[in-house]
Design a protein around this ligand. Structure first.
Ligand SMILES: Cc1cc2nc3c(=O)[nH]c(=O)nc-3n(C[C@H](O)[C@H](O)[C@H](O)COP(=O)(O)OP(=O)(O)OC[C@H]3O[C@@H](n4cnc5c(N)ncnc54)[C@H](O)[C@@H]3O)c2cc1C
Length: 427
């Protein structure tokens, strides 16, 4: 079997030392077999190990190979659809529970970083930037909504104030969330994997789960080994393929692209983002950016429905970067890469259980750095028999995409085009 390496990216090039982990070549027995070593799998594994379970993680490629090692690194609170939408969808009791959890993922990351001494360039402060007065109005109601759920580290910014934190003239205002922030995402995943191993967890790389034998004593098969487990956690997200057909049916992998500049001079970096906050705008297809610890600008945006890899990423993303920062016109792009996230029709995560012992969480639809860390905790609670918070997620409806497998990609692209047009028109 060919070895799968990290894709070329700034993160792979600046990763902390990456240990070679073995592929599974035998039969092992464990309490929980976790499929996928992204944040969902690693967070689940850590919470389970901390609670006395034995855990075996199977990773098809390398730790953090998927979205967790390629993302924008932005710690963004809440879900890809906000709590007011949840309230309207499922009612106040469940929304109350989900709302209380909406700010927990960021705290979990910070606790993990501190407890396991993870070197991942953690910085506090994230900005939501409004391009239109309609978007600014939305941020005002978002602040009221989040405060209702106890989240108070928020500041609304007018046009003058946002210009003090980001050197872009396109914004009419914004909102600063001091419990947001940013990290080197691959180094966070690598640190969490090391923490898993420090607690006795086993991680096998180059070990794709190719078949699950379901039943009272499930078995997960890899090409050269198998894991007998009491429970399975499926955490393959957009890279899972067809391993669990029920999960593929109601979600759609999507690609999004990121570029990284050459290192900027200290002065230019300080001018662009003086407080080193990360920024995302409020468009439906949003742009997001931040500085790295060595003063490069990482800039991401756009969505490719159906996750085809675009031929020339720089040609797609650089113009977006120059629209925000024309002052970077002579700056070279050193890295460009793509990664897949999993979209659901509701844009809310899909969480649940298949039979008695196969648990899953997937599909956070864009904003997943915080949610996936929370998901690990909620899944671990469910395995320990405390399922109230798990049930609050599991009861969220899972809808199929209109158009089925054949037409879901063009239908979603048309939908996104419509919402992007509304953003451009400010309606
Ligand atoms: C380019 C990009 C930018 C993003 N930016 C942000 C951001 O700034 N902020 C934010 O909040 N969110 C962002 N996201 C989303 C966020 O990164 C994801 O929601 C999150 O990382 C998903 O974590 P995960 O563990 O569920 O999935 P992944 O990280 O994708 O991990 C799944 C893992 O499972 C493995 N796997 C799959 N199938 C199998 C199998 N059969 N056997 C064994 N292993 C398997 C894969 O190899 C992979 O390593 C971004 C996503 C992308 C792609």
């Amino acid at each position: 079997m060919a070895t799968i390496a990290y894709p070329q990216s700034y993160y792979a090039a600046s990763a902390n030392p990456v240990p070679q982990r073995p592929a599974l070549q035998e039969e092992v027995q464990t309490d929980v077999c976790v499929i996928g070593a992204g944040y969902t799998g690693l967070s689940s594994a850590l919470f389970l190990l901390e609670n006395g379970f034995s855990v075996t993680v199977l990773e098809a490629a390398k730790v953090g190979f998927g979205a967790s090692g390629r993302n924008g690194g932005q710690i963004v609170n809440s879900y890809s659809r906000d709590i007011d939408v949840i309230e309207r969808t499922v009612g106040p009791r469940q929304a109350q529970l989900l709302g209380q959890m909406a700010f927990e993922g960021g705290r979990i990351i910070r606790e993990r970083v501190a407890k396991y001494n993870i070197q991942c360039d953690l910085k506090d402060g994230g900005v939501f930037a409004a391009l239109t007065s309609k978007q600014m109005g939305h941020l005002e109601s978002q602040k009221r909504l989040w405060e209702r759920f106890g989240h108070t580290q928020l500041e609304l910014m007018d046009q003058k104030r946002i210009r003090e934190v980001v050197a872009c003239d396109n914004y009419v205002g914004g909102m600063l969330d001091m419990s947001g922030g940013h990290i080197h995402p691959l180094n966070l995943a690598l640190g969490e994997a090391a923490a898993v191993e420090s607690l006795g967890g086993k991680i096998y790389e180059q070990s794709p789960a190719v078949r699950i034998e379901r039943g009272a004593n499930p078995v997960v098969h890899t090409p050269n080994g198998r894991v007998r487990a009491k429970f399975i956690i499926v955490a393959g997200n957009a890279y899972l393929g067809g391993l669990v057909p029920e999960l593929a049916a109601k979600s759609m992998p999507c690609g999004t692209q990121v570029i990284t500049t050459e290192p900027l001079s200290d002065e230019l970096a300080r001018t662009l983002l003086p407080q080193d906050y990360c920024v995302e705008d409020c468009n439906y297809l949003l742009d997001y950016y931040r500085l790295t610890s060595d003063k490069r600008l990482i800039f991401g945006g756009g969505v490719v429905y159906g996750a085809r890899d675009p031929a020339n990423i720089e040609a797609i993303i650089r113009p977006k970067m120059l629209k925000a920062f024309p002052q970077l016109k002579d700056v070279k792009i050193d890295f460009a890469w793509t990664g897949n996230f999993l979209l659901t029709l509701s844009r809310l995560p899909q969480v649940g259980r298949i039979g008695d012992n196969i648990y899953y969480s997937q599909g956070c639809s864009g904003h997943g750095v915080t949610y996936t860390h929370l998901a690990g905790k909620v899944l671990a609670e469910a395995l320990r028999g405390q399922a109230e918070r798990f049930d609050a997620f599991a009861e969220l409806p899972h809808y199929p995409f209109p158009g089925g497998q054949m037409f879901r990609v063009p239908f979603s692209a048309i939908g996104a085009w419509y919402y992007s047009l509304r953003d451009r028109l400010g309606v």
